[in-house]
Design a protein around this ligand. Structure first.
Ligand code: UDP
Ligand code: MG
Length: 320
């Protein structure tokens, strides 16, 4: 039997580039099918787009038996869309990629070769980012450094992206065991174990439209990722406590010595500085604790990661 690769594409307000994406990817995939002997399915997850994206996707599905649309009832974010795509995929390998052609479909040939060679997780590493400014590059490098320093045994590939491929069995592990509400899919993919490898690709600029990730979304993602994989921030209180006790002790000795020397220190500025410092540390720690509390709260509520409105294929639309 021929093997099949499932391509998962998350789509959110991509009306300006989605046709071009489909046309290009389709022709590349047709070539790849002949070359490698693998079949494919193209799963578009429509993440509650508010533009014409769904309309266009339906056009593709109406004519193309290889296209399947998972239509969300509401916007749930890129990660949720990828998770849904993995849940609905039934190929021997699954590739997650963006709908803006920043992830070149040509790379799928190499992915299939690696899957054939028995690899289970293939992280795609960007060698260059055509549209990323110096700011994004520096923050992204800093983020991976902090992540790796804080998360113990787990390891994150620098410059890894939301472009990755996994084997069917890794897909099953993600589907059955990694159901956290607050999540960092890239991190899970790199740390489920199994046989891992990397493949390089050159990220091009978006074909059309604008990036949906703004600074706030990126900050939220980073904070979630850190709190999800590390308990270092939670333990910071201990270090801060020890540090401020030492400081207090030194100040105490200093004050006593000054007292016996006859000059009683006025101490106004000392008090202000120490007070501000202590409150700063205190509130930061409180903030971190709240962050974990929020994660626990989200998990305890146990709401679904995504809600599917309908699944659309050439055969028609099936309401869920
Ligand atoms: N995306 C999504 N839901 C969202 C935001 C984005 O499914 O709420 C999709 C988007 O359509 C694209 C991918 O996630 O296919 C990556 O988004 P984007 O290109 O905006 O991010 P960037 O490449 O700038 O990191
Ligand atoms: Mg993009």
């Amino acid at each position: 039997m021929r093997k099949k690769i499932s391509i998962v594409v998350s789509v959110y307000n991509e009306e300006s580039g989605i046709r071009q994406f489909y046309k290009h990817t389709k022709s590349v995939l047709t070539g790849i099918t002949e070359e490698t002997g693998w079949d494919y399915e193209l799963i578009f997850v429509n993440d509650g787009s508010r533009d014409k994206s769904l309309e266009y996707l339906k056009e593709f599905a109406a004519l193309d038996g290889e296209v399947k649309i998972i239509n969300f009832a509401a916007n749930r974010g890129h990660e949720a869309a990828m998770i849904a795509g993995i849940d609905y995929a039934n190929g021997d390998g699954i590739v997650c990629m963006d709908a803006d052609l920043q992830h070149p479909p040509e790379a799928i040939t190499g992915i299939i070769e690696k899957l054939d060679a028995g690899y289970d997780v293939i992280s795609m590493i960007r060698t260059s980012r055509a549209d990323a400014g110096i700011f994004k590059r520096i923050t992204s490098a800093a983020f991976y450094r902090v992540m790796n320093a804080m998360s113990g045994k787990t390891r994150f590939e620098n410059n890894s992206s939301d472009f990755f491929a996994i084997s069917r069995r890794v897909g099953l592990v993600l589907k059955n065991d990694y159901r956290e509400r607050v999540r960092f899919l890239r991190g899970y993919v790199q740390n489920v174990g199994f046989k891992k490898t990397t493949q390089e690709f050159e990220a091009s600029a978006r074909v059309a439209g604008v990036s949906n990730y703004n600074l706030k979304a990126l900050l939220k993602l980073s904070l979630n990722a850190i709190c999800n994989f590390s308990d270092v921030p939670l333990k910071m209180g201990i270090y801060a406590g020890v540090f401020s006790l030492c400081m207090a002790f030194i100040l105490l000795i200093y004050s006593i010595v000054q007292y016996f020397l006859g000059n009683v220190p006025s101490g106004y500025s000392t008090i202000i500085v120490v007070l501000c410092f202590m409150f700063g540390v205190l509130f930061m720690i409180l903030g971190f604790i709240s962050e974990y509390l929020a994660i626990i709260f989200a998990e305890v509520k146990g709401r679904p990661i995504y809600t599917v409105d309908s699944v659309i294929t050439k055969e028609g639309e099936e309401l869920q």
